[in-house]
Design a protein around this ligand. Structure first.
Ligand code: NA7
Length: 546
């Protein structure tokens, strides 16, 4: 009897299963994974909590939400036809256009017929006897599947601050991720924004001109750099399209799949004048160049980092008229680029407006939310609207919110109590047949580029399983230990890993997320792909296959 026949003879055999694969999430990764698995002829269902496709770009409808990566480098690259027919209108597209793009992709590839919307997964339990996953939804529905693919997104578990009285506020309040679909009218309103990460910065700079008065509650300032967005006309789009093959090739070669990659020179290998001129040039360029395309050592060498931090501090001082205010906007507890750099458009100038106030929470912490506003240790502030730009329980948070259990009822949350342990960022031992897209320990970088690789690798593994009649795929103890140690070793010496941020798994608003973890793979994307390619080329021998 072949493995397949044997498997089919058992209860819960392929024919008893609802699906060959269930994907959780219809964002960029889930959509592409569905497309690829359909090509394998698999019966696939995507379960999506939202009412439409798009994931991050479905939820984040807050004012000013847009790409910080070049729109065209963020497109799917797998379909030439798709690339040819889609025109981006801005170098850094705003959320509505991106969502239109993703809806266009869904229509073009007829994805929605296999996506069940408004379907929040609450649990996923592996059953060893039948080698299947049983999935339960919030609405009580249940499905079974051989393979479970998580496409949850690293930033999809929004968190609210643990501040007393939050529910007592009588005005409107929104978390940026859970932004209403209806337009919010800011005219004449007294608005508070709590949080000054990439999201807060985009929100603040966008609504400052629309509100009556804006009060920004800042706990930690971040090092922001100019986005330098611009429109793309038809002629330029034609040039971009003609350059797609070369551009995507470049993205495959750079460290983190961005168009920008580190300059091979060290910060101290050039003269002071050259260095200043280079920083100036980067500050004037669109996108992540100043972060990803800077001297090769700014993110690892403290002294190098101090110089770029000093440069950006001088820029902030030159842009904010009130010197005291400028000092408050300059980070003191971390260097430039050691947290995700928010890209901005006249963000600092907002603080020159009469209708904008900065409240420095390091000086005057929030004591509570009141029915009429926010009370700090210094004053009561009254508001019509409070915006929480307070971020996410990142990377592992979206996993924690689902009761995921592997063999012997082991909870993934418990397994990862002291930090994620993975094999290639895709598999976890004791969780057979579960594969993660953009899970912990993968190369994030320019997300769609990483996603396409991740999805193609998982597709290759499932093709292999199908061709070889395998019904059980599991990472080994040794494989997980080795990859996890490798990821930790790569993270050593990286200044970002010595700083509290979502990238190190810190979230002051979540119980148990106060200790830094190595959540991300911080080697180069080409090195990551090389390793994963090798595993595939060797017939996935490092996995326990049955
Ligand atoms: P971030 O970058 O995690 O920023 C969250 C912000 O909210 C940050 O300024 C926090 O201050 C602040 N925050 C969080 N909780 C509180 C409380 N309780 N009180 C005051 N301030 C608070 O999230 P974003 O949504 O901006 O960006 C996440 C990523 O999404 C971004 O990097 C892009 O990759 C896309 P803190 O720094 O913790 O002092």
């Amino acid at each position: 009897m072949s493995i397949t026949q044997e498997a089919q003879a058992r209860p819960g055999a392929a024919s008893d299963l609802d699906y060959d694969a269930i994907i959780i999430g219809a964002g960029i990764s889930g959509m592409y994974q569905l497309h690829r698995l359909r090509e394998l002829g698999m019966r696939v269902l995507v379960l999506e909590a939202g009412s439409g496709v798009g994931g991050t770009w479905y939820w984040n409808r807050y004012p000013g939400a847009r790409f910080d990566s070049e729109s065209y480098s963020y497109s799917y690259s797998f379909s030439k036809e798709l690339l040819e027919e889609w025109d981006w209108s801005e170098h850094f597209s705003a959320q509505p256009e991106t969502l239109r793009y993703l809806n266009h992709v869904a229509d073009k590839f007829d994805l929605c017929r296999d996506i069940r919307f408004d379907s929040r997964v609450t649990s996923a339990h592996y059953r060893e006897g039948t080698r299947r996953w049983d999935i339960a939804l919030q609405d009580g529905s249940r499905f079974s599947t051989r393979f479970l693919i998580t496409a949850l997104g690293p930033l999809s578990a929004p968190t609210m601050p643990r501040i007393e009285g939050r529910d007592s506020f009588q005005g409107s309040s929104f978390h940026t991720y859970l932004w209403p679909h209806e337009k919010v009218d800011f005219a004449g309103k007294r608005v508070a924004v709590i949080g000054t990460g990439a999201t807060g910065v985009q929100t603040i700079q966008t609504i400052a001109s629309q509100v009556g008065h804006l009060t920004v509650f800042q706990r930690t300032p971040n090092w922001c750099a100019p986005l330098h967005n611009g429109l793309i006309d038809a002629a330029e789009m034609a040039v971009i399209k003609a350059g797609y093959p070369e551009m995507f090739k470049r993205c495959q070669e750079t460290f983190a799949c961005f168009l920008h990659t580190a300059d091979p020179r060290g910060t101290f290998e050039v003269s002071d004048e050259e260095r200043e001129a280079f920083f100036e040039e980067l500050y004037g360029q669109p996108g992540f160049g100043i972060w990803q395309g800077n001297f090769r050592d700014i993110l690892t060498d403290r002294n190098a980092n101090a110089l770029i931090s000093d440069f950006v501090a001088r820029k902030i001082r030159s842009r904010v008229k009130n010197p005291e205010l400028a000092e408050k906007l300059i980070p003191r507890n971390h260097g430039f680029g050691t947290r995700r750099v928010p890209l901005e458009t006249r963000y600092y100038e907002v603080y020159n407006q009469d209708n904008v106030t900065l409240v420095d929470l390091l000086e005057t912490p929030i004591e509570r939310i009141t029915p009429t506003g926010i009370r700090t240790s210094a004053a009561d502030h009254e508001f019509d609207i409070i915006i929480y730009a307070t971020g996410f329980d990142a990377i592992t948070g979206s996993f924690d919110r689902i009761d995921i259990r592997g063999t012997d009822g082991l909870a993934l949350k418990d397994k990862w109590k002291t930090g994620p342990q993975t094999y290639l960022g895709v598999l976890v031992e004791s969780f057979p047949n579960m594969m993660m897209l953009m899970g912990p320990h993968t190369a994030l970088g320019n997300i769609p580029r990483s996603i396409e690789y991740n999805v193609d690798w998982v597709t290759g593994l499932l093709r292999f399983a199908r061709e070889n009649g395998l019904t059980r795929l599991e990472a080994t103890d040794a494989g997980v230990a080795s990859w996890t140690n490798h990821v930790k070793a790569l993270g050593e010496g990286l200044l970002a890993n010595e700083i509290d941020s979502w990238m190190t798994g810190i979230n002051s608003n979540v119980e148990g997320k106060q200790t830094r973890i190595i959540a991300r793979y911080s080697g180069s994307a080409p090195a990551y792909r090389e390793r994963c390619d090798q595993v595939a080329a060797e017939g996935y021998q490092e996995l326990a296959l049955a």
